[in-house]
Structures are given as structure tokens and as C-alpha cells.
Ligand binder design. Structure first.
Ligand SMILES: [Zn+2]
Length: 316
């Protein structure tokens, strides 16, 4: 396997975007929001050829769509960290990334945005894929009292990102999810994908899984991001110069950033946010409700509630 070319990546992506937009305009495989809201035109809802077989889209599919969208809505915010995105991704996509996507190389950096290319999978029609990463908190990184390298490390490892990939998996599934979740870079997609198995899960495609892994640990990339931060901090001090500096990464430099061994794609379990403990007043009321009951389970519940109450009053 050979590292993909980083050269000419921007114009290749621009041309591809224009083509995608044109085909999106003519698309009948994307379900519009009003169609999901109960005004389905029978002609359009009949079939989809995606997924290799033709079958009608069912009301159950739509219920799944709606439920998924509602669930995502709760999580909606600006950006998602690399670790969170990996943790939200489907095991299938992570496995494919491990097996097939070995290279990610930065091609271009400007004003808190990084364009990277990856190699493509064995079934792919193209030789490389384009991934755009935007640091949602880039201006915070500029104003943070830290060295450019520290700020770059914070951006890569801890800060929320927005991202997109040009592959079909991202285009048909994940752009919609990313739009709903608030972490899409580039074009927002509000139309629901009309697919045979609309699970609407996952956050990173296999290419993004590779990029989001490498980005957290690549020292070479971190140095380039530090240069970008340095240039943009200098620009803030010189308001006359308005255009953010563009950093193009030559092929040889990009390949030098590749690690000796392909980085392991690993998901660290993200801390789930625990529900709020019950208030002491609620606990007291609950204990009162069980007071005087003499059966074994009521006594056990009362004991458990008292234990909770003493814990919660011991808490600072
Ligand atoms: Zn992709």
C-alpha cells in the first residue's frame, strides 16, 4: 500500500463538491423533512435502490428516523471531540479503518481548518479520500495563554471539532447525523437518507476514524497546527493584514509525518453523564411513604433510601 498524494487536494475536492452539489440537487434518494413529517408523496417513498435491493421504505423506517433525530437533538452542540466521535462510531467502521485505511496526511491548513487525505479502501473507485477538520474552538485556542504547541495539542486532543469526508458513507448517512448533531463541516444536510436500513448511527466513517486517531497523536501535524496558530496570533496583532495564511504541506513532508507503524485505532469509553442524585427533600418524602410498612421489601426500600439520604447529606 502506498501513501496517497497530498498535492492538488484542494482543487480536486472543490471539483468534487460541485459535482456532488449538482447530483444532490437532482437527488431522489434523499428524503426531505416535509416528507417525513407525514406528507409523503407515494411516488417518492416507493423505492430506493440503495443497499443493493429495491424495497419500499416503511413507516417503521420513518419512525426510526424521527426517533433518532429527536435523540440526536438532545446532544446537539457545536462540535464533538475526536475521542467522542470515535466512541460514537460503529464497530464496523472502526474495524474497516483498522484493516484498510493506513494513511492520513495533511495537505493544507488555514485559519483553524485542516484538509487531510487518506488512502481509500480496496473496493473504492477512487485512490484517496478528502477529510476536512475544523477546530470549533480555534479562536479560543488563539487567545489561550499558552505556547502555540500547547494550544495545538489542546485543539487536537481535547477540543470540539466539526468534520466531513467526501466518501459515500459520510454523504448518505453521516452528513445528516453530523448536521443534526452539530458537528458537520461544510454543507449541512437536513434531508433524511432514504435507505433500506436507516440506522442513523455512527459518527466517523473509516477515513475519519483514521484521521481522528492520527490527529490526536501526530507530532508532525501538531507542529504544523502550531505554525498556523502562530501566524494567526501574529495576524491579530497586525489588523491591516486580513487574509489568513495558507500552509500547504509538500508530499515529502507529509510522508515524513507518517509513523513507523500504523497507529492503533482505539476507542476509550467516554464517561457517561450520570443522572442527578435525588434531592434530600425527595428522599425524605419517599422514606415517609414507606414508614410504618412492615413487609420485607418495604423495609429494604426504606433502608436503601435512608442510606442514600445520609450519603447525599454527607456530600459537600
Ligand atoms: Zn469517509
Amino acid at each position: 500500500m502506498k501513501a496517497p498524494r497530498v498535492g492538488n487536494a484542494q482543487s480536486a475536492l472543490n471539483a468534487q463538491r460541485a459535482r456532488e452539489l449538482e447530483s444532490r440537487r437532482q437527488a431522489t434518494i434523499i428524503l426531505q423533512p416535509h416528507e417525513v413529517a407525514g406528507k409523503l408523496s407515494p411516488a417518492r417513498m416507493l423505492t430506493t435502490t440503495l443497499g443493493g435491493r429495491v424495497r419500499p421504505i416503511t413507516p417503521a423506517d420513518l419512525a426510526v428516523f424521527r426517533k433518532s433525530v429527536a435523540q440526536l437533538g438532545d446532544r446537539a452542540r457545536q462540535g464533538i471531540t475526536a475521542k467522542e466521535a470515535l466512541a460514537l462510531s460503529r464497530p464496523d467502521d472502526l474495524e474497516r479503518a483498522k484493516a484498510q485505511i493506513r494513511y492520513s496526511l495533511p495537505s493544507r491548513l488555514q485559519a483553524g481548518k485542516v484538509h487531510l487525505v487518506t488512502n481509500s479502501g480496496p473496493q473504492s473507485k477512487v485512490t484517496r479520500h478528502h477529510v476536512n477538520i475544523e477546530f470549533a474552538q480555534y479562536s479560543a485556542a488563539l487567545s489561550r495563554p499558552s505556547t502555540p504547541l500547547q494550544a495545538a495539542q489542546w485543539l487536537c486532543k481535547e477540543s470540539p471539532l466539526r468534520f466531513e469526508c467526501d466518501c459515500e458513507h459520510f454523504r448518505y448517512f453521516l452528513r445528516f447525523v453530523a448536521t443534526a448533531g452539530g458537528w458537520v463541516a461544510g454543507r449541512a444536510e437536513h434531508g433524511l437518507p432514504k435507505l433500506t436500513n436507516p440506522t442513523l448511527d455512527g459518527a466517523a466513517c473509516k477515513h475519519l476514524a483514521r484521521v481522528l486517531t492520527d490527529m490526536q497523536y501526530s507530532v508532525g501535524l501538531r507542529q504544523r497546527i502550531a505554525q498556523m496558530i502562530d501566524a494567526d496570533r501574529a495576524r491579530i496583532d497586525r489588523p491591516g493584514r486580513t487574509k489568513p495564511k495558507i500552509f500547504l504541506v509538500p508530499q515529502a513532508d507529509a510522508e515524513r509525518m507518517l509513523p513507523q507503524n500504523v497507529r492503533r485505532i482505539a476507542v476509550k469509553p467516554q464517561r457517561a453523564s450520570l443522572p442527578k442524585p435525588p434531592s434530600p427533600a425527595d428522599l425524605t418524602a419517599a422514606i415517609a411513604a414507606y414508614a410504618g410498612r412492615n413487609d420485607a421489601s418495604s423495609r429494604a426500600i426504606a433502608r436503601a433510601l435512608s442510606a442514600l439520604l445520609s450519603q447525599s447529606s454527607a456530600r459537600p
